[in-house]
Design a protein. Structure first.
Length: 191
């Protein structure tokens, strides 16, 4: 069964696409320019195409209460669009770029240089800002995509352990199992 993964931001979509390909999952990965565009894209796919969809957006906060409220708001939009189509909402805390820091050695190989300990620590709280600083602000989306393309398969497989990616994979596996009839357990929605 075909599934979509809609990811906030084009570099983030490329990262998720590469990780899922490394773990042998075939899906349509779509990047949106902004959060609102991603939400509307996912809702449109659910409403019009009736295709299982995962929406991955940044929480942009480490404050649990804030992202729980945001999750409820976005989930309500997706629920109304989905009717009976399986979907999942994944909030990348604080941003999808945090996945890059799951494998320090792999990221350093792709960058071509070491990352200082204090910079690596800061990435826990501000991963996008750190990546942008490491890459330079000029043509940052293109440079971030090139960095993602430079990641080796071993790094991608270690990055697959990130909670956000694991959540996407669990949903995709459940959709696939349901489509093949090997499992009758209902697919959890959002969360």
């Amino acid at each position: 069964m075909t599934s979509y993964v809609v990811v906030e931001g084009h570099p983030g979509a490329r990262l998720v696409e590469r990780i899922l390909a490394a773990t042998c999952r075939k899906v349509f990965t779509v990047g949106s320019g902004e959060r609102s565009a991603g939400i509307m894209m996912a809702a449109s796919i659910l409403a019009k195409e009736r295709t299982p969809t995962v929406l991955v957006v940044d929480s942009d906060t480490l404050e649990e209460r804030a992202w729980i409220d945001e999750q409820a708001t976005i989930d309500d939009i997706l629920k109304h669009a989905a009717v009976r189509t399986p979907y999942s909402l994944v909030l990348a805390v604080p941003q999808i770029e945090s996945v890059l820091f799951r494998d320090r050695a792999g990221l350093e190989r792709a960058l071509g240089h070491a990352i200082a300990d204090d910079v690596f620590f800061e990435a826990r709280f501000r991963p996008r800002a750190v990546i942008h600083r490491l890459l330079g602000e000029k043509d940052v989306q293109e440079r971030e995509t090139a960095l993602i393309d430079a990641l080796d398969e071993a790094a991608l497989l270690r990055m697959a352990d990130d909670p956000s990616i694991a959540q996407v994979e669990r949903f995709l596996d459940a959709v696939q199992q349901r489509a093949s009839g090997s499992r009758r357990e209902p697919i959890r929605r959002a969360g």
